[in-house]
Design a protein around this ligand. Structure first.
Ligand code: DGT
Ligand code: MG
Ligand code: MG
Ligand code: MG
Ligand code: MG
Length: 280
């Protein structure tokens, strides 16, 4: 088709592909959630309804983007890991980040009433920003996830101690903040135990570890999941389907699992080697 005289404006657009063979992390984060949590009176330091809503939205995002191999969330943020070989949107950073952030925002708002049945969502709607970061090696991607989970731990230990000092200990926020200044992890454990009888290590895993979302190919689960029609179709199509189509179908059939698991150590990765290798 002939170009119009206006066509040249296209050249002003930025082409922003993520470099090849990099793991692409899209991290979304709630906009102004400090205010939002106050407005809707979220429980402190953790509101289980809010966390469950974040996780429900993340599960749907993982379901709808088959190239996401794992997601990790805590507080008002979620990191979605796209496989290093993804070709989605020609790996364009803005397209990936905006598509994930808007899908997450839509899910979060749609499912709000399920988790907050007595609290109608008013304007301003919760929204999430999104950014892409590329990691050229599995080791660096693992370190990225360690960073986010360590952040979850550090913040949760601080917030748990702080809010116990304020709500149970009757301290003012300023005094509690002052008292916690310069304290180490062990000091906070000690305050929680000696003053409030709380063993921090017994606090719910969901608060201490955050949430991991991934595809599970547990054979027992899968067998139940695959109906007879599907099996017949599978057999009939085995030879005509390309490897890629089969792989896609397999991913679509997988169970989207969530867990409040340690991802800093090796155990989780050793148990689920296919997540980063793609091999099963
Ligand atoms: P931003 O991201 O720059 O727009 O600013 P914020 O306000 O979203 O701040 P951010 O993302 O650094 O920190 C998350 C805020 O959300 C922080 O103030 C703690 C709050 N928050 C997250 N989850 C909970 C919860 O379960 N309960 C309560 N009370 N607050 C929470
Ligand atoms: Mg922020
Ligand atoms: Mg935020
Ligand atoms: Mg945040
Ligand atoms: Mg279009």
């Amino acid at each position: 088709m002939a170009n119009s005289e206006y066509e040249y404006v296209r050249h002003f657009e930025q082409w922003d592909p993520s470099p090849p063979s990099n793991w692409i992390v899209v991290r979304i984060d709630g906009r102004g959630f400090t205010k939002l949590c106050k407005k809707y009176d979220f429980a402190k330091p953790n509101d289980r309804r809010a966390i469950d809503l974040m996780n429900a939205a993340a599960v749907e995002v993982v379901r709808s983007f088959v190239d996401i191999v794992l997601a990790y969330g805590q507080s008002d943020e979620y990191s979605f890991i796209f496989h290093e070989s993804t070709t989605l949107f020609e790996r364009r950073a803005a397209k990936l980040a905006t598509s994930v952030a808007t899908a997450f925002t839509a899910e979060y708002c749609m499912q709000w009433s399920t988790f907050f049945p007595d609290l109608p969502l008013e304007r301003p709607w919760p929204t999430f920003d999104g950014r892409c970061v590329c990691y050229p090696k599995r080791k660096i991607l693992r370190d990225y996830l360690c960073w986010r989970q360590a952040d979850c731990h550090i913040n949760n230990l601080y917030n748990t101690t702080f809010w116990n000092m304020v709500m149970k200990g009757g301290m003012s926020a300023t005094d509690a903040e002052q008292a916690l200044k310069g304290t180490l992890s062990a000091d906070k454990h000690e305050i929680l135990f000696s003053k409030f009888g709380i063993n921090y290590n017994n606090e719910p895993q969901v608060y201490r570890k955050g949430t991991v979302v991934f595809r599970s190919y547990d054979t027992a689960v899968q067998t139940n999941d695959v109906g007879h029609d599907d099996l017949a179709e599978k057999q009939a199509n085995t030879h005509s389907k390309t490897q890629l189509q089969k792989e896609l179908k397999r991913k679509q059939k997988a169970i989207i699992a969530t867990g409040h698991i340690d991802i800093i150590g090796n155990a989780f990765w050793d148990d689920h080697p296919y997540i980063l290798t793609g091999k099963r």
